[in-house]
Design a protein around this ligand. Structure first.
Ligand SMILES: [Zn+2]
Length: 183
């Protein structure tokens, strides 16, 4: 983030000398609408995320700290590329200065929000002993990592959850229809 305090939409709009249509539209649209404008139906992305979660659960849960990390695990996480693409486009529309890094940080957090510093224990470990030390400074004892990328990060994570819910609902609807019951 270049700036810790988020600019208002108006300020951002005025300061953007040239904007693509999507960028201009992004100010007026909801977070999921930005995806739709970029050609991603929330349902489609939700399906992709559901597959990615399954792939993640079935693999060794590698760290996803850099674009290089992500490239290394593309083989075992076949749905990762699509999810990163969608989030990158979304972050571009939000004028994030590093959309690819944003996409990776959000996807990584969505897959696992365990605090890295304490491995989810909530306390610092004392080297050489099984005893728990002071409350983890990183997570304040919650064991959960803070949401990355500020306000847009939070919005993106909400959007991903929304997409997964949508995909689940549409799957159930199709299932009911295929069983000959009214949806
Ligand atoms: Zn911690």
């Amino acid at each position: 983030m270049l700036n810790e305090t988020p600019r208002t939409v108006e300020e951002a709009y005025i300061s953007a000398g040239s904007s693509t249509n999507l960028r201009v539209e992004a100010d007026r649209m909801g977070d999921a609408d930005i995806l739709i404008a970029a050609g991603w139906a929330p349902c489609m992305l939700g399906g992709q995320l559901t597959r990615l979660r399954r792939e993640w659960d079935g693999c060794s849960k590698p760290p996803l700290c850099s674009v290089t990390d992500a490239k290394l695990v593309m083989g075992s996480l076949k749905s990762l590329g699509g999810v990163l693409d969608a989030l990158t486009v979304w972050a571009q529309a939000k004028r994030n200065p590093e959309p690819a890094r944003f996409a990776l940080a959000i996807t990584s957090h969505w897959l696992s929000d365990t605090c890295n510093a304490c491995q989810g224990r909530g306390n610092e470990s004392i080297p050489g002993t099984p005893k728990l030390g002071r409350t983890c400074k990183k997570c304040g004892g919650s064991g959960k990592a803070a949401v990355p990328m500020g306000q847009d990060g939070r919005k993106a994570l909400n959007m991903l959850d929304h997409c997964v819910t949508r995909a689940g609902a549409s799957m159930r609807k199709r299932l009911r229809a295929s069983m000959g019951r009214p949806a």
